[in-house]
Ligand binder design. Structure first.
Ligand SMILES: C[S@@+](CC[C@H](N)C(=O)[O-])C[C@H]1O[C@@H](n2cnc3c(N)ncnc32)[C@H](O)[C@@H]1O
Length: 318
């Protein structure tokens, strides 16, 4: 089965099980979709209106539009997942750690404390392990104090069939004997994911202008890039972010066409490189949709994480 057929088929919400997964900071539901495809019931909590609309359009689970706080009342759940935004990253020098009210971790930790789930999992950028290691240690210590064994790994979605190098920190709290998913082996290239689409250039495409080409060339020279950072169809894509999808920046994602012109990626191409199935529709304006895609956990990667959670629950429950 080719990549597109595989994700269209595999990532179908199926809900054969009634275990409820609460997804905090759910975005458009990339992480939730992987869990639904493994048969979990999901309930997302998210403050962005477009993201909530996308979630509701595509997932079976509910999505509550809400600005979460540590005091938000949540329904009882067996599993808590989420991608808490981490403010201390951007406030260089003034880190207030768990006392920073703009930060998502106090909300996530309070949810774990109140609901006492059997297992929880969060995703974050790798910087949490480096620039913000002290803060990470504080988070882990607090969650350990709630009675969980905690494991974390830097995992690259490319090792789970996603056609993109995307390294993220995955942290899991459990009662013992959780195992991270094994690599699936085969790496999918951007060309396999995009197929013919990558060669098309309808007039509505956003072509790079000569001044943009110049800007990109200057950026690449200044950042010592050996090869132009156009999408290489024979390899997995580089990491997709809100910034390099939605903004006309020096490192923006673009495709070089056979005739030498370059165009920006389409939303559907970005979605494919993030392993969203073609039936998944995004709601909102172009920038909002690119942000939803760039923010998401690739659903195929989430599917493998969810399988590990399911195996863990099978071991402890039966
Ligand atoms: C990294 S994205 C999550 C992506 C999601 N895990 C996925 O796979 O699609 C973080 C989300 O948190 C939301 N957010 C940030 N602070 C929030 C808050 N206090 N309450 C609710 N949502 C919040 C943002 O709107 C954003 O959509």
């Amino acid at each position: 089965m080719n990549y597109v057929d595989k994700i269209n088929h595999l990532l179908k919400p199926s809900q054969s099980d009634n275990l409820l997964v609460i997804d905090l900071f759910a975005g458009c539901g990339g992480l939730s979709l992987g869990f639904e495809a493994q048969g979990f019931e999901t309930h997302g909590f998210e403050m962005d209106t477009d993201s909530c609309a996308t979630y509701r359009k595509n997932l079976k689970g509910k999505c509550t539009e809400i600005v979460l706080t540590p005091d938000t009342k949540l329904p009882p759940a067996t599993i808590i997942i989420g991608g808490p935004p981490c403010q201390p990253f951007s406030v260089g020098g003034h880190q207030k750690g768990l006392k920073d009210s703009r930060d998502g971790f106090p909300i996530f930790i309070n949810a774990v404390k109140t609901l006492n789930p059997e297992i929880w999992l969060f995703e974050n950028v790798r910087g949490l392990l480096y620039k913000n290691k002290c803060y990470f240690d504080e988070i882990v210590e607090t969650l350990q104090g709630l009675g969980y064994v905690i494991n974390w790994e830097l995992l690259n979605a490319v090792n789970y069939g996603v056609p993109q190098n995307r390294e993220r920190l995955i942290v899991v709290g459990h009662r013992g004997n959780f195992k991270f998913p094994l690599y699936t082996g085969y790496k999918v290239s951007a060309g396999e994911a995009l197929g013919e689409m990558a060669l098309l250039a309808p007039p509505s495409s956003k072509f790079l202008t000569p001044s943009m080409d110049e800007y990109v060339a200057k950026y690449e020279k200044a950042s010592f890039c050996k090869n132009p950072r156009d999408l290489h169809l024979n390899k997995p894509a580089r990491t997709l972010t809100c910034r390099n999808l939605a903004g006309a920046t020096g490192d923006m994602h673009r495709i070089k066409l056979p005739d030498g012109r370059r165009r920006r990626l389409w939303l559907r191409e970005a979605a494919r490189l993030q392993s969203f199935p073609d039936w998944f529709e995004f709601v909102g304006g172009e920038i909002s949709c690119f942000n939803q895609v760039g923010n998401a956990v690739p659903p195929l990667f989430a599917f493998h994480l969810a399988k590990s959670v399911q195996h863990y629950l099978d071991r402890v429950r039966y």
